[in-house]
Every structure is written in C-alpha cells, then in structure tokens.
Write a protein that binds this ligand. Sequence first.
Ligand SMILES: *Cc1c(COP(=O)(O)O)cnc(C)c1O
Length: 346
Amino acid sequence: MSRPELRISSQRLSWNIAAVRDRVAPSELMMVLKDDAYGHGLRWAVETAVAAGVGWFGSYDVRSGVETRRILGAHGRVFAWVTSTHDEIDDALRAGVDLGVGSIEYLARIIARARELGAPARIHLKIDTGLHRNGLRPEEWTGAVATVRAAEAEGVLDLVGIWSHLAEASDAEDDDAHRAFLDAVRLAAETGPTPEALHLTASAASWWRPELRGSVSRIGAFCYGIRSADGPELEGVAPVASLVASVTAVRDDEAVIALGSFDGIPSTLAGATVGTPGGARALLRIDETTSVVAAWPGAAEGDEVWIFGGGEHGESSATTLAERIDTVGEEILTRLTGRVRRVVVD
Ligand SMILES: *Cc1c(COP(=O)(O)O)cnc(C)c1O
C-alpha cells in the first residue's frame, strides 16, 4: 500500500443513520451529501443510505443532485439548494430534483424554465431567519408566496417545502430564528396547503434541540460520525472513515509513513496523536509526501498507521484533530486529495 487509504465502513454508516433516525423521529432524516458526501464518496453514501431506509437526500448543487437521482432511480426525494444557472434548473426539472429557492429572482427563473419545459418544478422556499446568507427576507415573503401560489394554479410549480438554516451560535438566536420560521410557515399556510417538508435544523440542533425540528431534519456530519467541534460524543454514532498510511522506513525511534501535506493533511497537525500497532504515538512531523511518527517496539516497514478513525489503535477522530487547528472535522475529511484511495471495508 504505497498510497494512503481512506477506509470506509458501510456498516458504521448504517448504524449511524439508524441512531440519527431514532434520535430525530418523527422528524424524517434528509441525509446531506455535499462535497462528495463529506469526502466519503457520493455513490457509496447514497447506495448505503438507501439500503438503510433513507428517503430524503440533500445535495447542495444540482449536478450532484442529478447524479444522486441517477443512483436512486425513481426512489426518494433529492433536494438541491444552491442558486443555479438556467441549464442546471432544466437538468433538475428533468431529473425530478427539488430546488431550494432563496430569492425572488431565482423563483422567477425557475417558473420561467418550468413553463418553457412543461415540467412542474418542486420547490422549497427559504426564509431568511437571521443568517443573511441566502433566503427571502420577511418583508419579501408574502409577495413570494403569492407568486408561488399563482404558479401552482398555473400548474408549473409545486411548493413542497419551507426551510431555513440556523447560525447555531447561541440557543437564544436559534429560538428567534425558529419563531421567524414558524411565522413564515403560518403565512404560507394561510394561502394554501402547508408544504410537507418543513426543515430548519442540521446535525447539532436536530440532535440537541428537539423543539426546533421540523418534519424533516437535514443532517450531514453526524451521519458520517463527525461530531461537532467542542461538542460531546454522540450515543450510537462513531466515525465512518479511517485514514491509514503505511510505514516506508524505520530508523532509530522514528517511523516514516507514506502520507503528507500533498495528500491534504495540514502540516499544522504535527504533534497530534495517531494510532499504531503499538498504540497511540505522536505524529512528529508532516512533510510534503511523507510524515514521521514516534516508533513503537518492533515497528517495521509495511506496518499501518491510523491518522484518524474510530480509536481502535489509539488514533483520534477527525474532529479531535480539527480542534487542534481550530476547524471542524468535515474540513479534515473534505481536504483529502485524489491521491488518497477510498476503500470500502465492510
Ligand atoms: C451542510 C448543511 C447541512 C448539514 O450540516 P451538518 O452540520 O453537517 O449536519 C444542512 N443544511 C445546509 C443548508 C447545509 O449547508
């Protein structure tokens, strides 16, 4: 094994999904797939999740939404929320991918494309509840809903969801956002049927703040076993992926492994603890294509070193590594380059 491997466990993903679904029920899990399923591989993630009973998928962009639809066939719902080009809208309408809509301009473009193609668009309207990233402002909401209802009457649109995103900076702010969200739902319900998919919370709030959950919960990190930075461990959830590299040389009390910053591991992680056949050891230095680990008794060429994973060999989780450099576990995973081979182990 000359290239590092990201070893991925289907069993672990299924168990995490089961734990998350139990925790958030009766809210339905929408599994988030952005960034190639948080670096784990989109196709594998979708196939494993379908087998585990997941029916909603959140894909961020239309391109991966259409790919998800291809893997799913007619099964399930796919939600793509980034504002997209005309061509992407057309692709989404043809593939039956739901679109997240956070501006009047985008809403008008979707209606125009749906009319042109004769394919009704399924949309989830986004209310800005304070994050100010994307989303209809409260003063735009009533007008947008009126436009949506008129397009529904014309047969070119179907309002299937209302959603927003939380800052998760403080409980009080999230409570305010929740109130703004419920106001928007109420106003929409005064003009027609309440959409089936009401979704506000991602991993942390879905897990810890049951009172904020809607009928659907958009969850990425926790499905993959990535806990929140500075957050507690989660019952029934553990890392799905382990990063493993081989020893290429041993000299004195140091083992050289075939993994470096060119593989996407930040060199600032030097000093972290990794797993070895002899248990936890210090990762002493990270160079471009190799790194140096404090050796263990009997260390030999070909031995395996776990950079992160579930802890069986003394390694930390991706989130514990991330905390050392003030980032989140997702970033450790999604930065890994194409040199790292993804291998499904069970
Ligand atoms: C990334 C993302 C999520 C999932 O967040 P996690 O914390 O990984 O669960 C949910 N909703 C939106 C809009 C996102 O961008």
